[in-house]
Structures are given as structure tokens and as C-alpha cells.
Design a protein around this ligand. Structure first.
Ligand SMILES: [Zn+2]
Length: 118
């Protein structure tokens, strides 16, 4: 499943950050992981949260919440230069009708920050 491999990759990244220099001397407990996910990734936030919870269960970061910020799909029209938000991937410019559009956001799949509570 799509979300399971994404949850795994996020977990890998979190473990890397926690083992790295950014976490040196940090004594608090990790409580929340913030991620940005573009709508074009077709990730279902509830499913991802569920997969994440199942994955961290029994690990050192059991119970750590996944905070998901969804990023809308935006694209710029190469015909008229207008930037618009799209709800799905049938890209037609609402201004000039061109289908020559360039995606400017919505593909994100990023770890943004780790929230630690002391
Ligand atoms: Zn246009």
C-alpha cells in the first residue's frame, strides 16, 4: 500500500534526524512529527496516520503523533501566466482554456519539523 511505504520512509527520516547532530543534547521527548503532503501524491491523511501509528507502535517513539499539512495542487498556465488551484489533475486553465500548465505545488512529501516536549 502507498501510505505504508510513505510512513516507513518518514519513520526512516525521523530516526535519521534523531540520530544526527540536530538532536545532540536534546533531552526532551518527541511528541509530534510535522509533515507536508501535496494533494498530487494521492495520500489519504487518515490512512497515513493509521499506518504511522501502527508502525511506531512498540518502538522508541511509540505514541508520537503525525501532524499532516495538506498542500493544494497549484499550477501556472504557460499560455496566459495565470496561477490557479486545481482540485484534481485534469488541468485546464480557467482563464484561457490552455492545457499547457506547469505544476508549482502539490507534489510535496516533506518532513517539516519534529516537536519535542521537555
Ligand atoms: Zn491560461
Amino acid at each position: 500500500m502507498h501510505e505504508a511505504s510513505i510512513a516507513q520512509s518518514l519513520l526512516d527520516q525521523v530516526e535519521q534526524v534523531m540520530a544526527g547532530p540536530a538532536f545532540e543534547g536534546v533531552t526532551g521527548r518527541l511528541v509530534r512529527v510535522h509533515v507536508r503532503i501535496g494533494r498530487m501524491t494521492a495520500v489519504v491523511p487518515d490512512v497515513l496516520r493509521f499506518m504511522w501509528a501502527a508502525m511506531v507502535d512498540g518502538t522508541a517513539i511509540e505514541g508520537v503523533a503525525l501532524e499532516i499539512e495538506e498542500v493544494p495542487i497549484r499550477a501556472r498556465c504557460n499560455g496566459c501566466g495565470e496561477e490557479q488551484e486545481f482540485v484534481d489533475i485534469g488541468f485546464v486553465c480557467g482563464r484561457c482554456g490552455s492545457t499547457d500548465v506547469e505544476i508549482t505545488s502539490g507534489r510535496e512529501l516533506n518532513l517539516v519539523s519534529l516537536e519535542v516536549e521537555s
